[in-house]
Design a protein around this ligand. Sequence first.
Ligand SMILES: [Zn+2]
Length: 467
Amino acid sequence: MARRNKARTVGELKASGYKPATVKEEMRRNLLAMIKGKKNIFPGIIGYQNTVIPQIENAIISGQDIIFLGERGQAKSRIMRSLVNVLDEEIPVIKGCEINDNPFAPICKQCRDRLAKEGDATEIGWLPRRERYGEKLATPDITIADLIGDIDPIKVAEGRYLADELTIHYGLIPRTNRGIFAINELPDLAERLQVGLFNLMEERDIQIRGYRIRLPLDVYLVASANPEDYTSRGRIITPLKDRYGAQARTHYPTTIEDEISIVEMERRRFSGDEFESYVPQYMKEIIAEVTHLARQSPDINQGSGVSVRVSITNYETILSNAIRRAVRLHEKLAVPRISDLSHVHASTGGKIELESFEETKEGKLIDDLIKKAVLNVFNRYYQLDEMERLVIPFDEGLIVEAADMLDSRAYLGVLRRVASLGEMVKVVNDSERPEAIASAVEFILEGLYVNRKLSKTKIEGKTVYRH
Ligand SMILES: [Zn+2]
């Protein structure tokens, strides 16, 4: 409908031929049109094209409410929010209604009274789709009043009113009427609220302060849960579980490339930043590899998972350390290096749960993950036989120092002393700038160390590579 000709009253809306649809009908119709038009329905969702997205689409086409099962940091919230993409741009509502009443069939008392009195002259408004999404994290302190609503306790105490004469103070779900409501961590919702939710969705009525109140809402309900909580007995009442027609299992990025794409999309950026920075591909791969290895580690609680946020914050940390170095040493370009990885303990530690409770073990565990990640990434770029020539100068007594606050130019000297190092640097770096070369040199030195071609000692914040 053209914006300028939008109906302003119930009468004009009738004349325009508008046909109301339920939210499920509307989502289904729009989704099918988008599939037909080959539109990207879930922009910014990476790695789910062949797994999660088909399940969501089938649920919408079937008109099924959906629950997303997955560990933390698997874009569940993002997917739930992006469901608004399949809503109409805007829908007509009775103007001023708290629960977005359909102009042709209002359910709240105020609107019913108003429509009876004003008829076709009743004013309508247009509700944009971004305002048709509500969400709530299930916590123990949520009440029926928060989620569904309450009635005036004084009027109830006076006992003079019939249920349909009582004015309801609407909660979150009625305020999302004709839209999408998402409950995060559904198993944490108290059982009596789950019962209330089920009654609301299935029986379309609700008990408030002993009154049975009819509330025929039209809501597409989505929820998220950790699979362990969801399957554990008694966490979700059976009828509510049955109400969700579809379960979509989310997952972590299956490839390093997807992990990196998400990191680059999500990482924090600062506007007006005057620092020139560059993160080499191998450093991105190491960061993603650390997370992928953590997801396979038996020492880490895989039930709570290892979020993509570990990759994102670790990436931010090494870049920040590189910026700190550039500022301190008056260098022009910030390029993360291996020695910056010692700082990711701070951004990894709080985001993983160990199977045992030893703090000393955590540091060692993270160090081992980093070491293995460097090994895996290095060995994708280099063959072992290429390294034999490199270590000759070390066999003859060469010692090289590396440190996160060491001047990038200091590394150029190593290039002159190790003849074939220059060629190896070129495999991962085509920049002439000392900051980029320093990073590549550290990558190769560490690669030789993790392949047991060099030894390494740490002395007063410096790393010393030698035979
Ligand atoms: Zn209303």
